[in-house]
Write a protein that binds this ligand. Structure first.
Ligand code: ADP
Ligand code: DP6
Length: 330
């Protein structure tokens, strides 16, 4: 079979218990299990075309031809897929994120999930979501969680030494809201991968984070099962602070927050004083996710507009898994 063109849509995911640190840098095996939910509103659409006509791989992201690191990551992932499918044909990749790239909103997660799915479909391999998650993980760890909708756990390593994602509950199980607060911020000094590596090597708190992570994972699994928002939100916020404590105590220190980030953290604490159920979580950027229940969504957005005036507010609910579509980007 000659590889052809294929397009996939992947949704990004928001980590409730964070993946922070690898035990194997090359195979991307994490130190700990992580749990996320797939977001409805944040998406990546990627078209991959394999053709004998191309002399090299190319990668257009959000309308801009990519060179350097972003291109290298895509080429390395295509090499892995070529190895699996035993083809040598080069590819043209066009991708579109509908939200800010490299700003702590998991563009690498939806980006690599969409790339994996489109490329595997283009080479006509029939794989299930577990198998796809194992391949995608090699491009970007958190992308393995975007193959499933709803609430998802990444199993760091099972008894067969395999690392993949599983669905804990689908997107219709437990309706929550993720209000993404996009803030004006300077470009990040360090990308997620480098910051994570530095944390393992230099933070004195890295080990103690791992000592409590099994308890946090169990709390989140139970909160999802029992649809207990307060437990879900408070455990997620605590894990966010734990991950950032490790990042902040790395050498050099990795502070992803800006003064506006801290302002929104206090804003969320104040919401709780007003008996509004809200918690925050933050990845590797200045932007925040405010987690809440559907009944508080409007009030929080209103107060954000009045008191914070962010660049953008994107409200999302738990969303679906990966999808192959017939409309291509080129
Ligand atoms: P983020 O918080 O956005 O995930 P990361 O530093 O983890 O930030 O990842 C950003 C990197 O992911 C980009 O620099 C690029 O290399 C890659 N990336 C982002 N979007 C895509 C995409 N749609 N397709 C392929 N790679 C992507
Ligand atoms: C803070 O998956 O982007 O968002 O595997 O090196 O590509 P690589 O890292 P990546 O890391 C995500 C880290 C995080 C937490 C999380 O999503 O679990």
């Amino acid at each position: 079979m000659i590889p052809t063109k294929s397009t996939a849509i992947a949704h990004s995911n928001t980590a409730l218990i964070k993946y922070w640190g690898k035990r194997d840098e090359k195979l991307i095996i994490p130190m700990n299990n992580s749990i996320s939910f797939t977001t409805d509103a944040l998406t990546t659409t990627t078209t991959v075309d394999f053709s004998e006509e191309f002399t090299e791989d190319s990668f257009l992201l959000n309308g801009l031809e990519q060179t350097g690191k972003p291109l290298k990551r895509v080429v390395e992932h295509l090499n892995l897929i070529r190895e699996i499918s035993k083809t040598k044909v080069k590819a043209k990749v066009h991708s579109q994120n509908n939200f800010p790239t490299a700003a702590g909103l998991a563009s690498s997660a939806s980006g690599f999930a969409a790339l994996t799915s489109a490329a595997i479909n283009a080479v006509d391999l029939k794989l299930d979501n577990k198998e796809l998650s194992m391949i995608s993980r090699r491009g970007s760890g958190s992308s393995c969680r975007s193959f499933f909708g709803g609430y998802v756990e990444w199993i760091a390593m099972d008894e067969m030494n395999e690392s993949y994602a599983v669905q804990l509950a689908d997107e219709n199980w437990f309706d929550i809201r993720d209000i993404v607060v996009v803030l004006k911020a300077p470009e990040r000094k360090m990308n997620t991968r480098e910051a994570m590596k530095l944390s393992i090597k230099t933070s004195p708190f890295f080990k103690s984070r791992l000592e409590t992570i099994d308890t946090s994972l169990a709390q989140i699994r139970l909160a999802i099962k029992e649809k207990d928002f307060i437990s879900l939100g408070s455990t997620a916020e605590m894990d966010c602070l734990s991950m950032h404590s490790v990042a902040i105590t790395s050498n050099p220190s990795q502070i992803f927050w800006t003064p506006d980030t801290v302002k929104v953290m206090h804003f969320v604490e104040n919401l709780r004083e007003e008996k509004i159920d809200a918690y925050y979580t933050i990845d590797t950027g200045a932007n925040l996710h405010i987690l809440t229940t559907p009944n508080f969504e409007r009030e929080i957005i209103k107060q954000l507009e009045e008191k914070i005036r962010p660049e953008k507010i994107i409200s999302s609910k738990p969303g679906p898994g990966i999808k192959i579509v017939n409309e291509h980007l080129f």
